[in-house]
Design a protein around this ligand. Structure first.
Ligand code: PEP
Length: 245
């Protein structure tokens, strides 16, 4: 049985004070959830968030991390720096990072390997553009991202994959539950080819793209969907309804 995992990606939203307020609001609401719960505030909010959630059922994740330990990488934060403050998850290769910061599958792979070596759970994102979906290239895109982004992983069962069609992120347009499940199935099949069916059965695959309290239940009922990576709706108190689908 795969334990559901629901993560909120707060993106570049909320200063440290707003972060504190949101955590205070959400903590009692998500308490007792059966799913694993993750909040991913900005880097600036991470330390406070770890402190505030230390006796709770919530884990804290970064939205990115560098694969080097330290050095001349202006503006970057390393995995070691994240573990030093108790961060347990890192979103890797979100489509916004791929699109605006030129993040490649190779970098995603290096980051995922590094995260695992530090016992940080990588939430590795993949997903196609609208053009790729409409031209029948969605499967090839997702399979390619998984093959390149998840190669040479020691223990694939510790990786969480987030399938997020780019056309559904922040648009209010969710993939149908069948489309989402089929695509998460492409991810699982690819992992099975790379690491064997037994390991692939253990990997948790999230769907992401305009998940909200109204659609989470039907998505979570699908065979290949084990969780959600949630953007906009994770900034609201009703995120707890997603967490407790
Ligand atoms: C995301 O940021 O990963 C995401 C899925 O955003 P939204 O839920 O707002 O579509």
């Amino acid at each position: 049985m795969r334990k559901p995992i629901i993560a909120g990606n707060w993106k570049m939203n909320h200063d440290i004070f707003e972060t504190e307020t949101l955590i205070n609001t959400l903590l009692p609401l998500v308490a007792g959830a059966e799913a694993e719960v993750v909040f991913c505030p900005t880097y600036l909010g991470l330390q406070k968030a770890v402190e505030m959630t230390k006796d709770s059922n919530v884990g804290i994740g970064a939205q990115n991390m560098h694969f080097e330990k330290n050095g001349a990488f202006t503006g970057e934060i390393s995995g070691e720096m994240l573990t030093a403050i108790g961060v347990k998850y890192a979103i890797i290769g979100h489509s916004e990072r791929r699109q605006y910061f030129n993040e490649t599958d190779e970098a995603v792979n290096q980051k995922a390997i590094k995260a695992l070596s530090l016992e940080i759970t990588p939430i590795v994102c993949c997903g196609e553009t609208l053009e790729e979906r409409e031209s029948g290239k969605a499967e090839a895109k997702v399979v390619g991202q998984i093959e390149a982004g998840l190669k040479n992983i020691d223990d694939i069962t510790k990786v969480v994959v987030a399938y997020e069609p780019i056309w559904a992120i922040g648009t209010g347009k969710t993939a149908s539950k069948e489309e989402a499940d089929e695509s998460c199935g492409w991810v699982r099949k690819t992992i099975a080819k790379m690491y064997g069916p037994e390991a692939a059965e253990k990997v948790r695959i999230q769907y992401g793209g305009s998940v909200n309290p109204g659609n989470v239940k039907e998505l979570m009922a699908m065979e290949n969907i084990d969780g959600a990576l949630v953007g906009g709706a994770s900034l609201k108190p009703t995120f707890s309804e997603i967490v407790k689908f």
